[in-house]
Design a protein around this ligand. Structure first.
Ligand code: SF4
Length: 357
């Protein structure tokens, strides 16, 4: 089997970790580039959301690179996600590509069984653990990079080290060297030279999951905020979905569960995608963050609902909305981030002067 993987942040490292342990012959992960976007835009319906277009572009590239099996996203819920894989499949078949399709909507066990091709259960469990461990390690390093970017003395160091760590973790094939690599990069990040002031602002990033997790889709928003001295508090991590401890689910301790509870006075049900969580994040963190950036693909229905509810919560927190599609320009995004950060800093300074007076 030659598995073609599409991108959503660093998820591919985890899946590649699993696949390498269960005997996939080749895993093809074409990087997301401007060409990916052009291909996706060319062959997708015009008004479909950006994640669909980027995924389609990635699929075309993977098939061109020799993949014969694709894992396609898609699932239940009141938004377009429900028909993603059917549409992807139709478009690719019309383009004459031949491939085997594994869809997520038949459950995680279906994906595992399809990809492992009858590998012994113990091998599958080991592979699954290894992939999840890789993913968790990367996400923990990412949290560290969010902190260090805001206070590092030499701009860009934390990003460089984090990118190196992703590559090293992706390439490692045994537990022992994986643990060493994880430790080594944690140390590298924590020992970066830092500045004392100004104190970093804490700004959350929430919104539609693909846009939040994928640096190409969100134009490296976390890196750009780090350059402005902002400690990013991202609300979505894949590791939160696949926690192996059942008590965390039962007790509702995940960020997602906490934000859903917080949103209840304003939105009491799932509206598809991550709209429910977006509302809750504002309410949940109104006291401990300085601001919130809400990002969404153009035309994303759940996030349109969230965007329209947020201004009416009694919990006050400055919110910046940014909508992404293939026409979004990086300079415009950076401009808005600078203005937002500047506004928050001024507000904070003013409050401090008032307290001292
Ligand atoms: S959540 Fe939004 S962007 Fe994602 S599939 Fe649904 S409508 Fe599209």
């Amino acid at each position: 089997m030659r598995l073609g993987l599409t991108h959503m942040g660093n998820l591919y490292v985890g899946i590649r970790g699993i696949a390498s342990k269960v005997g996939c012959e080749l895993v093809v992960t074409p990087p997301t580039t401007q060409l990916t976007l052009s291909l996706g835009v060319k062959y997708s319906p015009e008004t479909v959301c950006l994640p669909f277009k980027l995924q389609l572009g990635n699929m075309i590239e993977a098939l061109e690179m020799g993949a014969d099996t694709l894992v396609m996203p898609g699932g239940p819920g009141p938004c377009r996600f429900g028909y993603y894989n059917k549409l992807h499949k139709m478009i690719l078949h019309e383009m004459d590509y031949k491939f085997h399709l594994v869809t997520q909507e038949r459950g995680i066990m279906h994906i595992i069984r399809s990809l492992t091709g009858g590998a012994p259960l113990q091998q599958v469990i080991d592979g699954f653990r290894f992939g999840i461990a890789k993913l968790n390690a990367i996400e923990n390093l990412e949290r560290l990079a969010h902190k260090m970017r805001a206070i590092e003395r030499n701009r860009g160091e934390a990003t460089r080290i984090f990118r190196e760590s992703v590559k090293a973790i992706d390439e490692t094939e045994d537990h022992k060297s994986f643990k060493q690599i994880r430790k080594e990069y944690e140390q590298k990040l924590t020992s970066l030279p830092t500045v004392e002031s100004p104190a970093p602002l804490k700004i959350g990033i929430t919104g539609e999951v693909f846009i939040v997790l994928d640096p190409f889709a969100n134009m490296d928003i976390e890196i750009e905020l780090g350059k402005l001295g902002v400690e990013v508090r991202r609300t979505l991590f894949i590791g939160d979905w696949v926690k192996l401890n059942p008590f965390i689910y039962k007790l509702g301790l995940r960020e997602k569960d906490r934000s859903h509870r917080a949103a209840l006075p304003y939105l009491a049900r799932h509206v598809g995608g991550d709209g429910w969580q977006s509302v809750g994040e504002k309410v949940l963190h109104a006291r401990d963050w300085d601001g919130l950036i809400h990002i969404e693909p153009f035309g994303c229905v759940p996030e349109i609902m969230a965007r329209n509810i947020m201004p009416y919560t009694k919990e006050a927190l400055p919110v910046l909305d940014i909508i992404f599609d293939e026409h979004t320009g990086r300079a415009g995004v950076i401009n808005r981030l600078e203005a937002f950060v500047d506004m928050i800093r001024r507000k904070k300074r003013k409050r401090k002067v008032q307290v001292c007076a």
